[in-house]
Ligand binder design. Structure first.
Ligand code: COA
Length: 166
């Protein structure tokens, strides 16, 4: 398996993967809109490719903000059911974090399983001063201080535009 950047020709397979992994079409629609959004970051749209060239997993991270400061919002992250629990999700997460570090980014934020993401260093977002736009997200709303993290960028988190129309 390799982790590599998404290429334009991958998109039909990515959409099929998202439709297979999630119970509704919401995530597939969201990713389609993120591809067209100003907040799309090509360096942070990553696929896990299997030995036969098939796409096993996908993750996208897009521009976001904490108050006026730039941040990153990770998600969706998806691995085909038959390839889960084999390290594909971890490889996609680690590659996303390394790429964001190399880009000089400061924080990465996500909404996800509170039992899964702490293994990558994510902590409750409010412990970093990142205010959730939706209090019902609770402990599922997490942040990661990246290599270039500087304390002090407190404020309300705002995802890329397409998240607002979910
Ligand atoms: C969550 C997901 C991306 C993990 O990918 P993966 O390739 O199975 O993950 P890895 O193989 O790297 O890690 C497996 C570990 O994560 C754990 N894990 C997987 N899903 C989990 C969940 N929902 N909650 C808690 N732990 C979870 C497994 O139990 C396993 O634990 P172990 O290492 O202690 O054995 C994958 O299960 C998936 O696509 N799920 C459906 C979509 C989804 O929920 N996406 C995340 C929210 S955006």
């Amino acid at each position: 398996m390799i982790i590599r950047r998404e290429q334009a020709g991958d998109r039909p397979e990515i959409h099929a993967l998202l439709e297979a992994v999630f119970p509704t079409l919401m995530e597939a629609k969201l990713v389609r809109e993120l591809f067209a959004a100003r907040q799309y970051l090509p360096l942070l749209s990553l696929v896990a490719e299997g030995d036969r060239g098939e796409i096993l997993g996908y993750v996208i991270t897009t521009r976001a903000w904490i108050g006026e400061a730039q941040s990153l919002g990770l998600g969706p992250l998806a691995v085909l059911p038959q390839y889960q629990k084999q390290g594909v999700g971890s490889a996609l997460m680690n590659a996303s974090i390394e790429a964001a570090n190399a880009m000089g980014e400061r924080t990465m934020v996500l909404l996800g399983h509170a039992e899964y993401f702490p293994r990558f260093g994510f902590v409750p977002a409010d412990s970093l001063g990142i205010v959730s736009p939706d209090q019902s997200w609770g402990s599922h709303f997490m942040g990661l201080p990246l290599a270039n993290y500087e304390p002090g960028s407190h404020g309300v988190f705002r995802y890329a535009d397409p998240f607002n129309s979910l």
